[in-house]
Design a protein around this ligand. Structure first.
Ligand SMILES: Nc1ncnc2c1ncn2[C@@H]1O[C@H](COP(=O)(O)OP(=O)(O)OP(=O)(O)O)[C@@H](O)[C@H]1O
Ligand SMILES: [Mg+2]
Length: 302
């Protein structure tokens, strides 16, 4: 079972031709409502690829929460360790997007969601693998520490965070810390990515990776630097590519693939995702990923 813990969002999207110079009334060419949030999208990715997945996050009890919980139900993803908070709104983003993909996004978290401190009780079973994001930091820290104690794999999505002692604990304890480019800059104060990766490797003595959008993925293990190059493709929706990468990476690891095989698989899945619009509905299925994977290449850099 792939257990994804962290953020869940309802994204309300309105499309316009172009942004006006001043905030005036314009006509929308289309509206959409989508499920988002890193850990949630990772859970949908694992499921779409054919694996059993579970999501643990915090929901409100409003209309958005009903919409979100229905999406999990539709895909048969278990959410029974999630928390539902009464008289509270689920996290939501309002997005205005123009035809070039530029966007204005306002994200809202109900203070009650943030104040809720109780953590769900979890079993750490040998057959499970965890995938965590940094939006429910206390739960992520608990999972990273316990998974290390029990020798269970834990993939950490180090994106969208502020440095803290919890972040350091997660990087130290999670078996597979994977940064976004921005996340790595935040953690290692704008060092170039290569020296940042080697510095973290020297501190932790284990695998550490960074995803770099169209430049693919770089990682260090056994004191060597590797690169997974992704093919040049026509991208139409890069939003949530990182979340798809994490879900696919955890899925591949759960099948006892090596780190490099898992990177290859995850990068192929995420790149394919970028070629289609539709949020979680455009995550590719296994047979398509298996064909596409041949277009990706891994090289040892040093
Ligand atoms: N423009 C692109 N072309 C091809 N593949 C891409 C592109 N953008 C992303 N990807 C694929 O998705 C993976 C993860 O993307 P990225 O590094 O942008 O994640 P991120 O910064 O966490 O973004 P987010 O969290 O917003 O999805 C990349 O390693 C790559 O495989
Ligand atoms: Mg990300």
């Amino acid at each position: 079972m792939i257990i994804c813990a962290g953020s869940i969002f309802a994204d309300y999207i309105s499309k316009i031709d172009k942004f006006p110079k001043k905030p005036i009334k314009v006509l929308s060419s289309g509206i959409d409502r989508r499920l988002g949030g890193s850990a949630a999208v990772s859970a949908f990715t694992a499921k779409k690829l054919g694996f059993n997945s579970k999501f643990i996050g915090k929901f409100g009890d409003d209309d958005s929460s009903i919409f979100l919980r229905n999406e999990f139900k539709k895909f048969s993803i278990n959410i029974d360790k999630s928390i539902i908070i009464k008289n509270c709104q689920s996290s939501q983003s309002f997005v205005i997007e123009d035809t070039k993909g530029e966007r204005l996004l306002a994200a809202y978290n109900d203070p009650k969601l943030l104040k809720y401190k109780k953590l769900p009780t979890l079993e750490f079973r040998k057959k499970d693998i965890y995938s965590i994001d940094m939006r429910w930091i206390n739960l992520a820290t608990k999972i990273a520490i316990n998974s290390k104690e029990k020798n269970i794999k834990c993939v950490a999505d180090l994106d969208n965070f502020k440095n803290s002692s919890s972040i350091s604990k997660i990087i130290k304890n999670a078996s597979h810390p994977i940064f976004s480019e921005e996340g790595l800059k935040t953690y290692k104060k704008n060092k170039n990515f290569e020296s940042a990766l080697f510095q973290i490797f020297n501190e932790t003595k284990k695998f550490v990776a960074v995803t770099m959008g169209s430049r693919g993925v770089y990682w260090v293990e056994n004191n060597s630097l590797y690169h997974c190059k992704v093919p040049k493709v026509k991208t139409v929706e890069t939003n949530c590519a990182g979340d798809v990468f994490h879900g696919a990476f955890a899925s591949a690891l759960s099948q006892n693939n090596s780190n490099s095989e898992s990177i290859l698989f995850a990068a192929a899945t995420a790149t394919l995702k970028c070629m289609k619009t539709g949020g979680i509905y455009s995550i590719p299925k296994m047979s398509i990923v298996k064909k596409f994977i041949k277009k990706l290449k891994i090289t040892k850099i040093k």
